[in-house]
Design a protein around this ligand. Structure first.
Ligand SMILES: [Zn+2]
Ligand SMILES: [Zn+2]
Length: 290
C-alpha cells in the first residue's frame, strides 16, 4: 500500500553530495543581500562554490532543481525546503551536543520532588526521575549555546500551547497535515508522568506526530482559560506546569454524547467547558463564588 503522503524519489538523493550542500549554504548566506540585489547568477554562484569544473558544477546545480533551487530570470534562488535543510544543519541537529540539566520550580504530583529540565542532543524533557517524563519537545543544540534552560522551558511551554491551538483547528503543528484528537485514550506509556485524569490522543495522518495528552491540556490556549489565569496573575506557562496547572486543577467527565466536560477550579472561580473530540469547545460557563 502506498501512502497518500509520500516523499518525492529524488529528494534525498539530491542532497547526498558535498558540492550540492555547499550550493545551498552559499544561497542561504546570500538571503539578506538578495532583498536588495537579487539572487545569484550562474557565474556568481560558481565563483563562490569550491569547485573547478563548470560542467560538474552545472550537473550538481541541475540535480538541485526544482526541489531545492529555482531558476528565475537567469538567477538561482533557494526554495523553502532548501532553507530548512540549511537551518537544520546550522542549528546543530547533526552535531554532537552536551547535556544540561536543572531543576525547575514545579513539583511532581506523585512525590513532590522538583521536576528536572534536561536538554540532551535535540530534545528538551521535563521529568521526575522516579515517575517519568512530563513533556518532551524538540529543541536543537544551538538553543542551549546561547540561552538558559529556564528560558528554553518557558519558550517550549508557550510553543506547545500554540501547537495545541493548531491541533484544535485540525492542523499538524509539525507538517501542517490533517491532525485529529481522539478520546478517551487508555494506553499511556509507562515512561510518561501519569496524571490522574482522562487522556486524549493527538495524531497526524501525514507524519510521525502522535502522543497522549491529558484532556484538560487541550484547553491550554483557549481564551477563557487564558483569561482565567491572567485574572489570577498567572503567566500562560502556569497552565502546563506545577500545582496550578490545568491538569491538576481540573476534573474530567466523559459525557454520553462523546464530549468531555472539563471543570476547572482556580481559587474562587470555576470554569466548566464541554469539549468535542475535534477539540472544539461547546459550552463555556464561568461561575464565580463571591
Ligand atoms: Zn515523582
Ligand atoms: Zn504531521
Amino acid at each position: 500500500m502506498t501512502s497518500e503522503y509520500s516523499v518525492p524519489d529524488d529528494a534525498y538523493a539530491a542532497l547526498g553530495d558535498e558540492t550540492r550542500l555547499e550550493i545551498l549554504f552559499e544561497l542561504a548566506d546570500h538571503y539578506d543581500e538578495a532583498w536588495a540585489t537579487g539572487w545569484l547568477s550562474f557565474s556568481a554562484l560558481y565563483d563562490l562554490v569550491d569547485i573547478d569544473d563548470t560542467s560538474r558544477f552545472s550537473y550538481h546545480l541541475g540535480k538541485l532543481q526544482e526541489e531545492f533551487v529555482v531558476k528565475e530570470r537567469e538567477q538561482y534562488r533557494p526554495t523553502i525546503a532548501a532553507l530548512e535543510v540549511v537551518t537544520a544543519i546550522r542549528s546543530g541537529i547533526y552535531a554532537d551536543a552536551t547535556t544540561r540539566e536543572t531543576t525547575i520550580d514545579a513539583s511532581c504530583p506523585h512525590c513532590e520532588a522538583s521536576l528536572l529540565a534536561r536538554h540532551h542532543e535535540h530534545l528538551l524533557t521535563l521529568s521526575c526521575p522516579d515517575h517519568g517524563v512530563s513533556m518532551g519537545y524538540p529543541v536543537p543544540p544551538i538553543a542551549a549555546s546561547h540561552q538558559s534552560l529556564e528560558t528554553l522551558v518557558d519558550l517550549v511551554l508557550r510553543r506547545h500551547a500554540a501547537h495545541v491551538d493548531s491541533l484544535r483547528r485540525g492542523v499538524c503543528p509539525y507538517c501542517w497535515g490533517p491532525a485529529t484528537f481522539s478520546f478517551p485514550h487508555e494506553s499511556v506509556p509507562e515512561f510518561t508522568l501519569q496524571y490522574d485524569t482522562v487522556y486524549a490522543r493527538a495524531a497526524c495522518e501525514a507524519c510521525w506526530m502522535s502522543y497522549p495528552i491529558p484532556i484538560p491540556d487541550l484547553l491550554v490556549s483557549h481564551p477563557a482559560v487564558r483569561h482565567l489565569y491572567a485574572a489570577h496573575d498567572l503567566e500562560p506557562p502556569a497552565t502546563q506546569l506545577g500545582s496550578l496547572s490545568l491538569v491538576q486543577l481540573s476534573d474530567v467527565e466523559l459525557l454520553e454524547d462523546g464530549k468531555a466536560r472539563v471543570t476547572i477550579s482556580l481559587k474562587e472561580t470555576t470554569l466548566v467547558v464541554d469539549l468535542e473530540e475535534s477539540g472544539a469547545v461547546d459550552i463555556c460557563q464561568r461561575i464565580s463564588q463571591s
